[in-house]
Design a binder for this molecule. Structure first.
Ligand code: ATP
Ligand code: MG
Length: 453
């Protein structure tokens, strides 16, 4: 190949020329080369060089010692950050996490040999403009195959995260995992419990942001990884649900994941965990049908536990748990405007779109029989939109009177009564938004107080 695999930023060319002047090598490696060959752009440029980290720091004005112990320095140039690693050959792996010792190599081929998959071990020489592909990564890209470099079982034994990464790349690229590599995943399951939650979550996040998470999730199930990573989901496998459903609980969950938008991580996460309460709430009705009473509440609790274990950011966890609590939506076109407002007050303005989106994904996953319900959901969306536009009060903060005014006017000090009154006032205003003015609300409050014992 005579040309670089993708248009490269000028800053990258300047970095390469600095290395060249110092008589050092500079290779583009990893995802950028792989994605470039696939015709996809990349924002993330990883470099490899024979210059030791201290020299990299000396050669460039702005650097960050990102992982100096492992030979990684980030070079800052314009708006770009280039993660630059000195050629490495890894020492023995004993804990399945990180190599015990890092020693530097002088040739790029040694550095490529310690990488995970053939498609990730192609290097582009930024100085001499040539591609170096000793493991036929290009062939595997063409065939759409994820193949471990060298002996797959040994590579997964060295670092258990590679098993999860294999499934992640299969989802992101819509590739197949080569047979031996696939078998080796199951053989190295004992390496999963030792992995840090942060590393696992980084991979899960990428799976959930890919077009079809189902590819990775099916591989998780097939290889046994699911039981190691999220055993609560593995328990959903084989639980039948009949009725409108044609899949078991896990099959349904996976389909909902695909149907939810790939650009909305909390929604994708909620889709993944929305029915995780079903195994625990499973029972059979007198008519002989499976039921899952309160699986939303139970599921939200289990999801909370899972997300804490995975050490996901707090804001994401809280949002996902709330979406799961709210996922049982029973809209029908007979809902009055008051019911719409009550629904919106319950979910909250920030959640209402995602509650509907999750329900839509849920319906899409069930299939064709629910087309009429989907039309109803569109109607609900329109009604919610209109209500939002009308800027009607939906929370206590939207009320035309606040706690302080109420205490002053009613000549009472604060206490639990105030919360009860504000709740009641909101209820009143949800029924009739025209009541949201100070005077009628105060009159209502006085009457409310006189009725309290
Ligand atoms: P992405 O597009 O997600 O950034 P990537 O291939 O660049 O994909 P990174 O996690 O950024 O993935 O890693 C960069 C490169 O480092 C990989 O392409 C691979 O060559 C190597 N690599 C990363 N993690 C491992 C690992 N656990 N074992 C071996 N090599 C790895
Ligand atoms: Mg990368």
């Amino acid at each position: 190949m005579e040309h670089p695999p993708l248009p490269l930023p000028d800053e990258l060319k300047r970095v390469a020329s600095t290395f060249a002047k110092a008589n050092r090598q500079c290779w583009l490696v990893g995802g950028a080369v792989r994605d470039g060959i696939l015709g996809r752009g990349s924002e993330d440029f990883d470099l490899a060089t024979d210059a030791p980290p201290e020299e990299v720091v000396r050669l460039f004005r702005r650097t960050i010692p990102t992982g100096i112990k492992h030979g990684t320095i980030t070079i800052l140039k314009g708006k770009h950050q280039f993660e630059t690693t000195t050629f490495r050959k890894d020492g023995d792996y004993s804990n399945g996490r990180h190599p015990d010792a890092v020693s530097y190599a002088s040739h790029i081929d040694e550095d490529l040999a310690r990488r995970d998959f053939t498609i990730n071990a192609i290097a582009w020489d930024l100085i001499n403009h040539r591609l170096f592909d000793p493991h036929d990564g290009q062939g595997d890209i063409q065939r759409g195959i994820i193949r471990a470099i060298g002996e797959a079982s040994q590579r997964f034994e060295e670092d258990g995260l590679r098993s999860i990464r294999a499934c992640r790349f299969a989802s992101q690229l819509n590739f197949k995992v080569e047979d031996k590599t696939l078998v080796a995943i199951t053989g190295a399951l004992h390496r999963i419990p030792g992995l840090s939650a942060e590393r696992i979550w980084e991979e899960l996040k990428k799976i959930l942001k890919s077009e079809k998470p189902s590819t990775a999730l099916m591989l998780f199930l097939q290889t046994g990884l699911l039981k190691e990573i999220i055993p609560e989901l593995a328990q959903c496998d084989g639980i039948e649900q009949k009725g409108t459903h044609d899949k078991d609980v896990l099959g349904h969950i996976i389909a909902v994941c695909d149907a939810a938008s790939s650009t909305n991580l909390p929604l994708r996460c909620a889709a993944l965990l929305h029915d995780v309460g079903k195994p625990q709430t499973h029972s059979i009705s007198p008519e002989g049908l499976p039921t899952f009473e309160h699986h939303d509440v139970v599921g939200a609790k289990i999801a909370e536990k899972i997300l804490r274990r995975l050490k996901t950011p707090n804001a994401l966890r809280e949002r996902v748990v709330r979406l799961i609590e709210l996922h049982m939506l029973h809209y029908n076109p007979n809902w009055t405007d008051v019911q719409i407002r009550r629904f919106m007050a319950l979910t909250g303005r920030d959640y209402v779109d995602d509650v509907i989106a999750l329900h839509r994904a849920d319906l899409l996953a069930i299939g064709a029989k629910v087309a009429s319900q989907e039309a109803q959901l569109t109607e609900l969306e329109e009604r919610v939109e209109m209500t939002l536009k009308a800027q009607v009060p939906l929370t206590i903060r939207d009320l035309a009177i606040d706690g302080r005014t109420l205490m002053k006017e009613l000549k009472k000090t604060g206490g639990p009564w105030l919360g009860d009154l504000l709740d009641d006032l909101l209820n009143h205003v949800l029924e009739d938004p025209t009541m949201n003015q100070e005077e009628p609300l105060l009159a209502y409050a006085k009457k409310w107080l006189s009725l309290q014992l």
